[in-house]
Write a protein that binds this ligand. Sequence first.
Ligand code: 5RP
Length: 232
Amino acid sequence: MTTTDPVVIMKQEVGKAAADRVQSNSIVGLGTGSTTAYAIQYIGERLQKGELTNIVGVPTSFQAEVLAKKYGIPLTTLDAVTHIDVAIDGADEVDPHKNLIKGGGAAHTREKVVDSLANQFIVVVDSGKLVDKLGSTFLLPVEVIPMAVTPVMNKLEQLGGKPELRMGIKKAGPVVTDQGNLVIDVKFESIDNPAELEKTINNMPGVLENGLFVGVADVILVGEIIDGKPSV
Ligand code: 5RP
């Protein structure tokens, strides 16, 4: 189906550009989200056309697993491979140092495991995700085991954040991650030292992982519209 929505066009183009970088005989980390979904689709199409052979994917979420199966990408797990050649994943914010906020799809814990294992981690974003400073447009997601939600929220407040439990569609109940945990989204006025904040939050008892990805990304592919034309 064709679209005229510029954000969708940017996501499609950047997803395709990332899929084009995948080489035969490789183990590919498959990220989560609407942009990576296009990369997964195009990797599947390249496999179907015979342009790519001997690809195996490591999904970062149930969503990525379902999409990979839909597009015919064989899957494996981290128990069966010793490395990942390339991982492709989206982001909610990207700063000028290639640091990221991820977790808009509540998948950041598995994403960090897979993305940080990859020899090359390619981030795919539309130009609206670029920020000067992390935390300026997006809340920081923190995955927490359910019994620790209140003490972790208190600690995040002591750190200067404004935490909110992420609710699902129609606010009928909290969002539950693939691991059966909950997500707290935190507004920080300013994230001056992402590396330190990443460690501080992960050190809180009950926190599984937060969405700061510092020093993990290798390549940032940005989808843009220039003079009315899509470009990466
Ligand atoms: C999921 C993520 C996604 O990669 C991030 O939210 C970007 O998603 P999209 O490509 O749909 O904008 O981190 O946990």
